[in-house]
Write a protein that binds this ligand. Sequence first.
Ligand SMILES: C[S@@+](CC[C@H](N)C(=O)[O-])C[C@H]1O[C@@H](n2cnc3c(N)ncnc32)[C@H](O)[C@@H]1O
Length: 211
Amino acid sequence: MTLYIVGIGPGSKEYLTQIAIEVVKNSEVVIGSQRAIDLFSNLNETIVFNVKDLQEKLELSVDLAIGGKDICVLSTGDPGFSGILKPILKIAKEKNLNKDNIEVIPGISSLQLAAAKNRISWDNTNIMTFHGRENIKDILKIIDNGSTTISLPSKSVKDMAKFLLDNGVDPKREIGICERLSYDDERILKTTLKDVANNEFSYMCVMIIFK
Ligand SMILES: C[S@@+](CC[C@H](N)C(=O)[O-])C[C@H]1O[C@@H](n2cnc3c(N)ncnc32)[C@H](O)[C@@H]1O
């Protein structure tokens, strides 16, 4: 029995890996958001989760694995970056599922695609995720350390931009917005902090604060 945690990439089929497709196809039960499940065809049993029942369904995935099944849980991007690896490891520990029964299949993170689209070599960048966290102030400590910052915003990029402006960051600071990466309506734009604070964007955004 194995609990596979599979990264599906930023969203479009082109960014699925061959190994992800194989693992998903061979799993007895596949658990994921409807958007994630729709990327695959000819699946065995599927279980859909949404924001409200995510915890419950992740617990179910661990229970099913403990019961002896090969289970696969789908995570957007890479499971280890602001993904479902962390909550699953916590549940597995609580339920005494041995870590050796968990296998992670990496996916292409939205962060990686955002870096690629902006031709950024990201080994020297600040990487920050505010997803599901309230530590937005942490960004102020590093924003002027000489490196570009790539972040997953907390609520919306608009709120994030307003927060930075309120905390004295230059309104002319160059910002990259990478919206709905890999989808047909993908938008990549470079603009100013002030402009971002005055516009609406999808929640599916990576925000780059150039150095
Ligand atoms: C729960 S986090 C998951 C991140 C994911 N594990 C990853 O590696 O990309 C969800 C956030 O990732 C970002 N995101 C995910 N897919 C995206 C996409 N296709 N385009 C832009 N941002 C995306 C957005 O900031 C979104 O709110």
